[in-house]
Design a protein around this ligand. Sequence first.
Ligand code: AMP
Length: 281
Amino acid sequence: MEVIESIQMMADYSQNLRAKGHTIVLVPTMGFLHKGHLALMEAAKAHGDKIIVSIFVNPAQFGPNEDLDTYPRDMERDLDLCRDMGVSVVFTPAAEKLYPQDFQTYVELTRLPLHLCGLSRPGFFRGVTTVVSKLFHIICPHTAMFGEKDFQQLVVIRQMVKDMCMPIKIVGVPIVREADGLAMSSRNAYLGPEQRADALLLSKSLANAQKMVSQGEKNVREIIRQTKQILLSCPDMRIDYVSVCDPDSLDDIEQIHRPALLALAAILGKTRLIDNCMLRP
Ligand code: AMP
């Protein structure tokens, strides 16, 4: 497995793979890898013969009061996991190289970021789309893998690729959960034991909503009311949003007649957690 830090060397390496007829699949990550990331790598194997994982904690997607400095990191462990997964290259660019002093070009969507996480994290999706398009330009993958855990991110990236005519296939991978239902996340490392137990309310509230819909409930207001009630049964939980929306446009819906996305974000202590599921009538 190669570990490449230099942007130029990564670009050259990728072009060389392409020239030799290899099919490249990119898995972009911020590191501190867990089974959710590994599922992306495993799924990547079905889409190409060379898997490239990028590990980069992207400063452009963190707000001024967010956790850029404390974001968990463990490069040695991450590299071991990538090696075990049969990854060909891990790309670990330095922030000063991706964003040099004179950097001034951003990629920004006009509408999709005005929903869900984009509302409480202004600039977040601009940072995501900017770094992902830089990675796409450097690596020129045939396919890139994204988790449904960050459902809005997946929708945003699909739209960017379509709008910018990028010849890259975007593949979504289902959410990987802990045995008890908590969606895996690098940020779960911030949770103390009590918070870890309370965090289960997120997946529990989603399961409750899915049960309501399977029993015939179509009224989104009622689904949201019960979902919030379950989350707020923990006094330390603050809700950012609970939304039922169209999975493509992310526009709110009032009645469930087609598959709809139930997405939520909540803050437990200082940790912001997100989760989602599809509601299928
Ligand atoms: P991150 O390192 O948090 O930026 O995540 C990198 C990629 O892994 C993103 O496409 C995420 O959506 C995906 N991912 C993170 N956690 C999970 C999970 N629990 N299940 C599936 N995909 C995930």
